[in-house]
Ligand binder design. Structure first.
Ligand code: FMN
Length: 346
């Protein structure tokens, strides 16, 4: 599908409600990911079929001792159920972050809760952790991991959160419950304390709260045969003092890396939510530079990536991996390959 065709399709698609469109494409991708023929179709659509003859992929990178097929992943929030993994792998992503997954199923906020701001290549959402619950998501991931569906070194991150009704005092228990069914299934875990759409969640971005949460998660994953890395995902507008506190306590918190950043909290159409895409401007890169200056841990940089130059800039500024979401929605299925080509050149 070339970019002209995608732009025409986008014009039509964008006349419909954003979440309905999301579900429509979600089901198509899930369907195509199920069969060998479907996965071939996805490689043709995304242009990645052309790269298949090259068995020693030049973009493989190692992070925390784990090989990643390439450094561009899909950010959390697109595949909350974990049913798209084979499709995402064959669309060219090097890894995908599933979730946010909550321990128990919950419906999220009332609709409408996802909006487009086309002029600014942005999305605004107040989804509120809609999740089928950790057990169901883990079964979906288990199915995806069965032989032949995922290319070598395609990595799976599991992004976990707490249920809406769980108090801040009980949060650590929720994070542990959310991670428990993913033994042997997750390559890395992301502790998400930065969604603007779950009341009180961002208040957990203190070293004290995070020590408790990460300890609880660690107690669980240390029982697993292969322990996944634990990343911490932050909000882009976290104030300087709080960020300083987290950086100072990096070792005590026991994390293995950072995911920078989540959506930017704000208002749109009379409600609170989070901005992604172009609205984020230079904020994600500035945050990356700030944390890289103080931390040697791996960083996954995410937010506001709309062109190949920005991927290069993030990697040059010290990101080990990058993730995209909103840009992919605006630029379509060939865009990941387009980004990868620029990484290959640099
Ligand atoms: C509709 C939507 C839902 C999202 N849901 C989640 C989520 O459940 N958990 C999470 O950690 N981030 C979530 N995000 C944030 C993305 O993972 C990412 O951090 C953010 O969109 C910035 O990247 P972008 O500018 O490339 O979109 C969501 C983003 C969008 C647009």
């Amino acid at each position: 599908m070339n970019s002209f065709f995608w732009r025409q399709l986008r014009k039509i698609v964008f006349t419909f409600d954003a979440e309905k469109v999301h579900h429509f494409f979600y089901e198509i991708l899930a369907f195509l990911g199920r069969s060998t023929v479907g996965r071939f179709v996805l490689r043709v659509i995304s242009g990645t079929e052309k790269d298949r003859e090259n068995p020693r992929h030049p973009l493989v990178c190692s992070v925390n001792g784990m090989l990643f097929r390439n450094p561009i992943g899909l950010a959390a929030g697109f595949d909350k159920d974990g049913r798209l993994l084979p499709a995402l792998a064959h669309l060219g992503f090097g890894f995908a972050e599933i979730g946010t997954v909550t321990p128990c199923a919950q419906p999220g906020n009332s609709k409408p809760r996802l909006f487009r701001d086309v002029e600014r290549f942005s999305l605004f959402n107040r989804m509120g952790f809609n999740s089928p619950g950790a057990l169901i998501v883990s079964e979906n991931v288990r199915w995806a991991r069965k032989k032949g569906k995922l290319p070598e070194n395609f990595r799976i991150g599991i992004n976990i959160g707490k249920n809406k009704d769980t108090s801040a005092e009980d949060a650590a228990k929720d994070y542990r419950l959310a991670v428990t069914p993913f033994a042997g299934l997750a390559d890395y875990i992301v502790v998400n304390v930065s969604s603007p759409n779950t009341p009180g969640l961002r208040a957990l971005q203190t070293s004290d709260a995070i020590v408790k949460i990460v300890n609880a998660v660690r107690l669980e994953v240390e029982k697993w045969e292969c322990r996944p890395s634990i990343y911490l995902k932050l909000a882009p507008e976290l104030d300087e003092l709080s960020l300083e506190d987290l950086l100072r306590c990096e070792k005590d918190m026991g994390i293995d890396g950072w995911v920078l950043n989540n959506t930017l909290g704000g208002y749109w159409k009379g409600g609170r939510g989070g901005w992604s895409g172009g609205v984020l401007g230079n904020l994600p890169r500035e945050r990356l530079e700030k944390v890289r200056a103080r931390s040697r841990l791996p960083i996954i940089s995410v937010g506001g990536i709309l062109e190949p130059r920005e991927v290069e800039a993030r990697l040059e500024s010290g990101a080990n991996l990058v993730q995209v979401y909103t840009g992919w929605i605006y630029f379509g299925p060939r865009w990941v390959r387009h980004l990868l080509k620029s990484v290959r050149k640099s």
